[in-house]
Design a binder for this molecule. Structure first.
Ligand code: EPU
Length: 337
């Protein structure tokens, strides 16, 4: 275990923000993690996973602990299902590809989402009609104070849209070490109705898709809309899609006839923040070396060399403008550090 000092975190966050960690350690086992927690008993630490859902606006003056636990193992299986345990430091998309190679179904709609397996439950990642919670069994997490490992069942995680107990009451209290999933081995349930998946399959001339085809369609759609963090720094959707009450929505729809919407409950409607941002004129706007992605207005981008405050200020400008035009508050989805 080696502690490094004054290192740049640029390659550890998908926004590519160049801030420094005063101290940095990458841990590859739970024992190492326990050792670090013991050593740092009286000081704050900063836990870093895949760095794909954060905007760093300042240097980190504490110890940054990079959770780099690796391993995928089959816990049990029967004819229909397989239970798989995955260590937190595994890259999410690599894990999805591993599942596809083994013909294990369930996560194909979540292909190409940046980040690591251990951080995926924190915001209950989701795309194209599937959320992590749909295939989640449990996760093992280490309490940073008591240094005890607890297994969280699905109901204990309080999963919701881009939300979980790890983003709320237990924020900063636990380090997720591994996640257990239940996937199908046969009779895979395909989700093709969301968004443009079906169009993409038609375009691919596939009439009887398998899970690998769905993944290919999702990868194609994502690549066409979302910037690759290796090329342009970004953190995926910067904002959550707001949920507003039905009456407020009806009033808006009178003024903006083309406003898209999804019913959440009898009295609640979800509105795509991407549409609001585009309508407000921000789509594709570039300010110096940062801006709003030209193909998906929900994504803020760092063209290289931007600092976190520039992007944070842009996000505030967008929030204020949306509030002024539509009377809707949009909330950041990424963690601002
Ligand atoms: N839209 C616009 N302009 C834009 C972007 C979107 O008008 O610039 C409209 C589209 O026309 C469409 C609607 O907004 O009617 C929804 O767009 P899209 O299908 O691209 O999905 P989204 O709501 O913008 C969400 C997730 C994405 C996920 C996609 C697909 C959130 C915050 N974002 O985006 O997740 O990939 O659905 O399931 O829920 C992420 O979380 O990082 C992420 C990329």
């Amino acid at each position: 275990m080696k502690i490094q000092h004054d290192i740049s975190l640029k390659s550890y966050n998908t926004f590519g923000i160049d801030v420094k960690a005063k101290h940095f350690i990458s841990v590859t086992s739970i024992n190492e993690l326990l050792e670090v927690l013991k050593l740092e008993e009286n000081s704050d630490i900063f836990i870093l996973g895949g760095g794909s859902n954060m905007l760093l606006t300042q240097d980190i003056n504490t110890l940054v602990v990079h959770v780099n636990l690796k391993g995928i193992s089959i816990v049990s299986d029967d004819e229909d299902h397989v239970i798989i345990n995955v260590k937190a430091g595994e890259n999410w998309h690599d894990f999805v590809c591993w599942c596809l190679e083994h013909d294990f179904g369930g996560l194909e709609n979540l292909s190409l989402i940046p980040g690591n397996v251990g951080t995926a439950p924190i915001q209950n990642i989701g795309a194209y009609g599937v959320e992590l919670k749909d295939h989640f069994v449990s996760c093992e997490a280490l309490n940073v104070y008591s240094r005890e490992i607890k297994t969280f069942t699905k109901s204990e995680c309080h999963f919701d849209y881009r939300n979980s107990i790890f983003k709320q009451e237990l924020k900063g209290s636990y380090i997720i070490c591994s996640v257990t999933f239940k996937l199908t081995k046969r009779a895979h349930v395909l989700h093709t109705s969301y968004g443009t998946i079906q169009n993409e399959l038609d375009h691919m001339e596939i009439t009887n898709p398998n899970i690998q085809d769905i993944s290919k369609a999702v990868v194609t759609i994502r690549k066409s809309k979302l910037p690759d963090p290796k090329e342009i720094g970004n953190s995926g959707s910067f904002f959550k899609n707001p949920v507003i009450d039905k009456l407020a929505f009806q009033k808006l729809a009178e003024k903006f006839e083309d406003i898209p919407s999804y019913i959440v409950s009898e009295n609640e409607i979800k509105v795509p923040a991407g549409w609001l941002i585009e309508k407000a004129g921000f789509k594709g706007k570039r300010f110096d070396n940062y801006g709003v992605h030209k193909k998906q207005a929900l994504v803020l981008v760092n063209y290289g060399g931007a600092n976190g405050d520039d992007i944070l200020n842009l996000s505030k400008l967008i929030q204020n403008t949306i509030l002024r035009i539509f009377g809707i508050e949009i909330e950041a989805e990424v963690n601002i550090i």
